[in-house]
Write a protein that binds this ligand. Structure first.
Ligand code: FAD
Length: 463
């Protein structure tokens, strides 16, 4: 449903007396929330509000519902699929001011947080009591926990520790009717009723606005060891990764960078990337100091035997962070060099990674498009980028993008391993799911949001 400007004016008139400067309709505020990190052209917001607590969110939702105004929940706007972008003058509910850590219970292995808490700040708070919150999307310095939950974010450490869903024990949400619902658990076990917590995780702001979350935390590993391995090409790197798992080792991080990624990030990388470099693997092992060291030594033996040309071991935390940061900078370095690039986050079963890379690179070569592959090799989840310097090049790459996504599905994989569908991938959903499965999801959406006002136009294709 499209919002009507008159109704929006009425809504602003109702909200203004109590939200005051936390209700914004000026061009600067609207421009800021009209974009995310998808690279899509800006959308259009009608107004943006910054609630400070659940009661305010509930009142905003109820008032918007009564006037038929559509609402878009927003965290930090680092999403890569356009899921937080308003399209038709919606009211954006920006949760960034609800950013408190409400409880930290190491003995019970959970913490209670507000959705606007920055993921990196939460990591820090949990580390201070000797605990560990594993989900670590590359954007952890700026993204929010609410956004991570709504997208079921992954990250480099998912290969050993799993993605966000594994750590969400319970949620409090506000529905578009303004109802406040709490479900899930604070105990280690709990199976009462349907698992609504899991349903909300990854729902991309379409079912409810998350206003509080109970997150599982685990004891921190005592030691981490990090190493960088160079290869002649990405196929050799990918095979070496397979060899590690075949030997029974589980790294806590296995990130791949192909030649295009290395060439692009080299200029800004805090780690000096060894030459020549056709591809690289960043590997981490953790556990007790003896375990982490022994596992990394064994991993190095296996990887060098599998064809790595060179290895570099990080000697301290500063060097470790330089290697990790080099990997994290790939996304922004590519964006800078190829402003019109297209990026997907396909995932396949690990055993299908080499066929995927071979066929995707061959498809790129046959159409003269530069395909850059980097990311979470250990999860079978790669950022497949079609590099483009102009809108024309981007448009030409469209059919190739479709081919690569289809390829991932045909290899038993998925169109999105971690970023979600938002606006950029919703039309691709029928490649992966049947009409009946998509219809079932629309029915669930209808139950939570009968008027279709919460984050409309996202996730599901137009019918
Ligand atoms: C450099 C870079 C690296 C990245 N690396 C990774 C990575 O390794 N793994 C990964 O998974 N992603 C990654 N991302 C993508 C992005 O950071 C994640 O999707 C992140 O979880 C989004 O969080 P956010 O707070 O920015 O959410 P936003 O972008 O603001 O919103 C994302 C979605 O969540 C919804 N939402 C936000 N808050 C709420 C709430 N309180 N209630 C209901 N819905 C809500 C929005 O409506 C939208 O649908 C990366 C992005 C960048 C720019």
């Amino acid at each position: 449903m499209t919002s009507r400007p008159l109704a929006l004016d009425s809504l602003c008139a109702r909200l203004n007396p109590w939200l005051k400067e936390r209700l914004r309709t000026d061009a600067e505020a609207l421009a800021k929330v009209a974009v995310d990190e998808s690279g899509l052209p800006p959308g259009r917001a009608g107004a943006v509000v910054f609630p400070k607590n659940t009661a305010e969110v509930a009142r905003i939702a109820a008032e918007a519902s009564a006037l038929g105004i559509a609402v878009v929940p927003r965290g930090a706007g680092t999403g890569k699929s356009g899921a937080a972008m308003p399209q038709n003058g919606e009211l954006v509910v920006d949760l960034s001011q609800m950013n408190r850590l409400l409880a930290l219970m190491p003995h019970d292995q959970y913490a209670v947080v507000e959705p606007g808490l920055i993921t990196g700040d939460f990591h820090q708070a949990v580390a201070e009591v000797g605990y560990f919150y594993p989900p670590d999307p590359g954007s952890w310095e700026s993204c929010t926990l609410g956004g991570n939950i709504a997208t079921n974010a992954g990250g480099p450490r998912a290969v050993k520790y799993g993605v966000t869903q594994r750590y969400v024990w319970g949620l409090q949400i506000v529905t578009m009717r303004g109802d406040v619902l709490r479900f899930g658990r604070r105990s280690i076990k709990g199976v009462a009723g349907l698992d609504l917590t899991s349903l909300l995780v990854g729902s991309e702001g379409t079912l409810g606005i998350i206003t509080e979350a109970t997150l599982h935390i685990v004891p921190a590993p005592e030691a981490v060891e990090t190493a960088w391995f160079s290869f002649a090409d990405l196929f050799a790197a990918s095979r070496a990764g397979e060899a590690l798992f075949a030997a029974g080792l589980v790294p806590r991080m296995m990130e791949l960078l192909d030649q295009a990624a290395l060439d692009t990030v080299r200029k800004v990388a805090p780690f000096r990337i060894p030459e020549p470099a056709g591809a690289a693997l960043l590997i981490e092992m953790d556990g007790s100091p003896a375990r982490a060291t022994a596992d990394l030594e064994r991993a190095a033996e296996i990887i060098l035997a599998a064809g790595a040309s060179d290895s570099a071991l990080a000697k301290n935390e500063k060097e470790r962070e330089a290697m990790r940061r080099t990997r994290r900078l790939v996304s922004s370095a590519l964006k800078e060099a190829y402003p019109f690039k297209m990026s997907d986050d396909i995932a396949v079963p690990r055993s299908q990674m080499v066929p995927l890379l071979e066929q995707a690179k061959a498809a790129g070569a046959s159409t003269a498009h530069l395909v850059c592959a980097y990311g979470h090799l250990g999860d079978g989840n790669l950022h497949m980028n079609l590099l483009a310097r102009s809108a024309e090049e981007r448009q030409h790459a469209g059919p190739l993008r479709h081919r690569i996504v289809e390829l991932a599905v045909s290899l038993g994989g998925t169109i999105s391993g971690e970023h979600g569908l938002g606006l950029t991938k919703r039309e691709l959903l029928p490649l992966e799911q049947t009409t009946s499965v998509i219809a079932l999801q629309r029915q669930i959406k209808q139950v939570f949001d009968p008027q279709g006002l919460l984050n409309p136009g996202k996730v599901w294709p137009d019918v």
